[in-house]
Design a protein around this ligand. Structure first.
Ligand code: CTP
Ligand code: CA
Length: 226
């Protein structure tokens, strides 16, 4: 397939990828998370290895095999992901933030199981740090790719994330499309690039093919060979 035709366009490049959801614990049995399965990020890691990249994969809790040739670092919470990403950011040439990071985490995590009570339960949540926005502030030469998971106004919101977080590219996807997004092996995305005026609207593709398109576009925008 298309992988065979790809040259080693990421040879000598460090590629930092985050994947999967995060888990924010309420107590020893309960957790806040989301529907991310990690498939898109793992496909990116596989493809980046295939293209000759030095791949670091920072992964939330997922049920997937480590891509051959990638260095995987497991994290659980948004805070742990933040720390791991910051540790590896300096040497990265390309960063792809596929992970579905929790926006909120419980103000308190109970050491003991919380017992049920009569009436409603209110759990107070605080904001997590936006890892990608922080990378946008700190970036020097890194090519920064974010994802925008949206259910409406996909390209408008995607463009806003591109600008607000100082990114080089946004991969915008409508999580409500058929056969696309969470848990599927296929995806429908639009690539919105700071360096190219045109939005690249890709058809329904396997996540591996989407990964290939993302990385090829990134390399092209970085001024490398096609
Ligand atoms: N992201 C991050 N850290 C967070 C939240 C999000 O690094 N605490 C990253 C995601 O990995 C993704 C991008 O930001 O690459 C966009 O995530 P998304 O949830 O679509 O957007 P948010 O900026 O969190 O805004 P909202 O959820 O309100 O749409
Ligand atoms: Ca979010």
């Amino acid at each position: 397939g298309s992988q065979k035709a790809n040259k080693k366009i990421l040879q000598g490049k460090h590629v930092l990828i985050t994947a999967g959801p995060t888990h924010e614990s309420i107590d020893p049995v309960r957790v806040f998370t989301n529907h991310s399965t990690g498939k898109m990020g793992y496909a990116l890691a596989e493809e980046a290895v295939e293209m000759g990249g030095e791949v670091t994969l920072i992964s939330g809790p997922v049920q997937l095999k480590t891509p051959r040739g990638a260095a995987r670092i497991d994290v659980t919470t948004a805070e742990e992901m933040y720390d791991a990403v910051m540790e590896h950011f300096d040497k990265a040439d390309v960063v792809v933030k596929t992970a579905a990071v929790a926006d909120y985490t419980p103000v308190e995590t109970s050491d003991q199981k919380v017992k049920k009570q009569p009436g409603n339960l209110i759990i107070e949540m605080k904001r997590t740090k936006d890892i990608l926005a922080e990378l946008g502030k700190q970036k020097t030469n890194q090519f920064l790719v974010g994802f925008a998971a949206e259910s409406e106004h996909v390209e408008d919101y995607g463009r806003m994330k591109l600008e607000n977080k100082n990114l080089d590219m946004v991969v915008a996807n409508n999580i409500t499309s058929d056969n696309a997004g969470f848990g599927h092996d296929t995806n429908i995305v639009s690539l919105i690039s700071k360096h190219e005026d045109q939005i690249k609207r890709l058809p329904l593709l396997s996540k591996r093919e989407v990964a290939s398109e993302i990385l090829k576009t990134a390399v092209r925008c970085m001024g490398g060979e096609r």
